[in-house]
Design a protein around this ligand. Structure first.
Ligand SMILES: *Cc1c(COP(=O)(O)O)cnc(C)c1O
Length: 471
């Protein structure tokens, strides 16, 4: 399998070459040259496989530069009941007739990012050992990504994590999750500033090419293809649980921010998984909902990005969206560049409303969208508790709200549960007046010793800290 850049660069790369990379050299995103097709005989074979073996089968179609036995061992080591809480790994539960929740948030940090990040940690360790190389991961987080990355990379040979976060701005639970890690290869850096300052620092350090090379700086952000690929697996696993045979369509609703999760659903659908509809759920930060309704993609300025009660979906632009648009415009890199380089670069938006391609988003690719407000989320949390005795988090509530608007009789609707309520306890308390249950392993974590340094919002200070901790 070869990978290409959405922006038309001539190079073709193999999986392990792009594993440790971010953007392609021309600023594009990597995609496989073709989507492997899965026929009904293959689906029938896969239906009964345990999750780790299903993951191996799907990954094998995209990875041909890791020996099969090694890849199989990596999948087996990653997707265990011990790490993810159940044998199913992503158990499905029915809320009411035809509406399901697929639990993606029973991993170490209680959000769906563990599904991909845990695999990434093992792939990184494997590939770095093979190359005899080291990697220093520099990241910025407002919560879920940073903790998922740290829990995936802790104790891994050849990897250090330097994770910046805005000082005092994460929830106490999120802070405790990250700062209580005592592993020597994990560095928490609390920046005096806001999340944007952290992101600016990461950008500034990454733009210093000499520093980047010398200290082997890498990232684990959501455009990483391996993360997206890992997420394809649970669409298959969800499909098999929601159906008794492989001729039945299923729809999915996905609480969305950077479009990574739902883009994995798009890939599963392109492979031939019988997905009828992919519903993109957004909160008040509705760039994606606006696109699917109108054909206009208009990125927001930082000041126009709302701080909401589903904060992991608070984005101003969706970093994985370019992957889907590449397919939407018939994989024409010139057209893609016109939209993402020329139009977005000049005006901050592009408009496909009059382009025949836009209609394809719904008709050929099955996309729909929805949007929720804070009041919607509270109502959804209350309703779900009252009628089904089930507690959901505000991101999953975004999803359930959008899902209810797109139901088709006879077609199961699977809503992806992207976090557990305990991670966003304040909103759950606001909705229900009670604190959500806390898994045993997280009891009392706020009282544990914290391992974190405070640094000013200054890239030079962060560089100096990295240099000091790299020997
Ligand atoms: C990251 C995240 C999302 C958004 O996922 P994308 O892949 O960025 O679209 C939704 N919910 C939760 C809880 C998250 O952590």
């Amino acid at each position: 399998m070869n990978y290409l850049s959405t922006r038309g660069h001539a190079d073709r790369k193999r999986f392990c070459e792009i594993l440790l990379e971010g953007l392609a050299p021309d600023g594009g995103l990597y995609l496989p040259e073709t989507y492997p097709q899965v026929d009904t005989a293959t689906l029938a074979k896969w239906r009964t496989l345990p999750y780790n073996e299903l993951a191996f089968e799907i990954l094998s179609l995209y990875i041909d530069d890791i020996p099969a036995a090694d890849l199989k061992a990596i999948c087996a080591k990653t997707y265990t009941a011990e790490v993810f809480g159940t044998d199913e790994i992503v158990p499905l539960r029915e809320l009411e007739d035809g509406v399901y929740l697929e639990a993606l948030s029973n991993g170490p940090t209680l959000a769906f990012k563990d599904m991909a990040m845990q695999l990434l940690g093992n792939l990184f360790e494997y590939e770095l050992a093979r190359r005899g190389a080291e990697l220093n991961i520099l990241g910025a987080t407002s919560g879920d990504t940073g903790s998922a990355a740290e829990y995936a990379m802790r104790g891994k040979k050849g990897v250090r994590v330097f994770m910046t976060s805005p000082d005092g701005r994460m929830s106490p639970f999120q802070q405790a999750q990250m700062f209580s890690l005592q592993d020597a290869n994990i560095h928490n850096i609390a920046i005096t500033g806001v999340f944007d300052d952290c992101q600016d620092i990461v950008k500034a350090v990454s733009n210093d090419l000499a520093f980047k090379r010398k200290y082997r700086i890498g990232t684990v952000n959501s455009i990483n293809w391996a993360r997206l690929l890992a997420q394809v697996v649970y669409y298959f696993a969800g499909y098999f649980q929601a159906t008794a045979s492989n001729d039945k369509p299923v729809s999915f609703t996905v609480p969305s921010g950077n479009f990574g999760n739902v883009c994995a659903g798009h890939v599963a659908r392109m492979m031939g998984l019988p997905i009828q509809t992919l519903v993109v759920a957004t909160n008040e930060n509705d760039v994606l909902d606006e696109f699917f309704r109108t054909g206009v993609y208009r990125v927001r300025a930082a000041v126009d990005t709302h701080e909401t009660s589903s904060p992991s979906m608070d984005i101003s632009k969706a970093s994985n969206f370019e992957r889907f648009v590449f397919d939407l415009v018939g994989r024409d890199p010139a057209k893609l560049r016109q939209l993402f380089v020329d139009d977005l670069g000049l005006t901050g938006s592009f408009d496909l409303s009059a382009d025949p391609a836009f209609k394809q988003a719904a008709e050929r690719f099955g996309f729909r969208s929805g949007r929720s407000t804070h009041a919607d989320r509270l109502a959804m949390i209350r309703d779900t508790e009252k009628r089904f005795a089930t507690l959901i988090d505000p991101h999953t509530a975004d999803g359930l709200k959008a899902a209810r608007e797109q139901l088709t009789p006879g077609v199961p609707m699977v809503v992806l549960e992207t976090a557990l309520p305990i991670k966003f306890a304040a909103t759950v308390v606001e909705a229900l007046g009670e604190e959500p249950a806390r898994p045993k392993k997280f009891e009392g974590i706020e009282a544990l010793p914290k391992r974190v340094v405070q640094l000013p919002a200054d890239a030079e200070a962060v560089k100096a800290y990295i240099a000091q901790h790299c020997d």
